[in-house]
Design a protein around this ligand. Structure first.
Ligand SMILES: Nc1ncnc2c1ncn2[C@@H]1O[C@H](COP(=O)(O)OP(=O)(O)OP(=O)(O)O)[C@@H](O)[C@H]1O
Ligand SMILES: [Mg+2]
Length: 169
């Protein structure tokens, strides 16, 4: 896991960090490192084009939460899969959502402000309907097996989480 670039605080209350992953397993390892730090109630918003590794990162998150009922696949048709580990995980995929306004009727917002860790693929499709305070993970393709993973922490809770993550690397 190579840490690249330096941290920068570009908006007040926001910090970010960029990592490079060179394999699917390395992307899972980044997710696992985040998962180990979660205490319940966090929102992890995943963004990035098709096939950039969002699900792989969530597989790692699950591993870090001690979830053993794998496999973790994209919950594309049912929108949400629930897993029980050290903390419960709701794995959401909004790829097929047609309009952000449809989000409330999917029952996904109920997981927020609860002990559930909520990891949402295609979170950008929710527009402004998700809380601004979150960890946003943006994945981008930089070659066949190379992915850029940008992690942005918004709000004090998530900044503390990101600081702890950086210390572990
Ligand atoms: N460094 C890497 N990290 C993650 N995946 C990688 C990497 N290199 C290659 N891959 C491949 O990219 C694909 C990532 O698939 P994954 O389902 O995790 O993406 P996704 O972003 O969830 O896609 P979707 O938008 O369809 O849900 C897999 O086929 C995986 O083997
Ligand atoms: Mg996916």
């Amino acid at each position: 896991m190579n840490k690249t670039k330096t941290r920068r605080a570009h908006r007040e209350g926001t910090a970010d960090q960029v990592f490079i992953s060179r394999s699917p397993e390395e992307t899972r390892a980044h997710g696992e490192a985040i998962g180990r730090l979660l205490t319940g109630g966090e929102l992890i918003a995943l963004e990035g084009p098709l096939g950039t590794g969002k699900t792989h990162l969530v597989q790692g998150l699950a591993r870090g939460l001690g979830i053993t009922d794998l496999p973790i696949t994209s919950p594309t048709f049912v929108f949400v899969h629930e897993f029980r580990g050290r903390r419960p995980l709701a794995h959401v995929d909004l790829f097929r959502i047609e309009r952000a306004e449809d989000l409330p009727e999917l029952g996904i917002l109920e997981y927020l402000d609860s002990p559930w860790v909520v990891a949402i693929e295609w979170a950008d499709k929710a527009g402004q309907l998700l809380p601004a305070e979150r960890l946003t993970v943006r994945l981008a393709n930089q070659g066949e097996t190379i992915r850029r993973i940008e992690i942005e922490a918004s709000g004090p809770r998530y900044q503390t989480l990101l600081e702890a993550l950086v210390k572990k690397k």
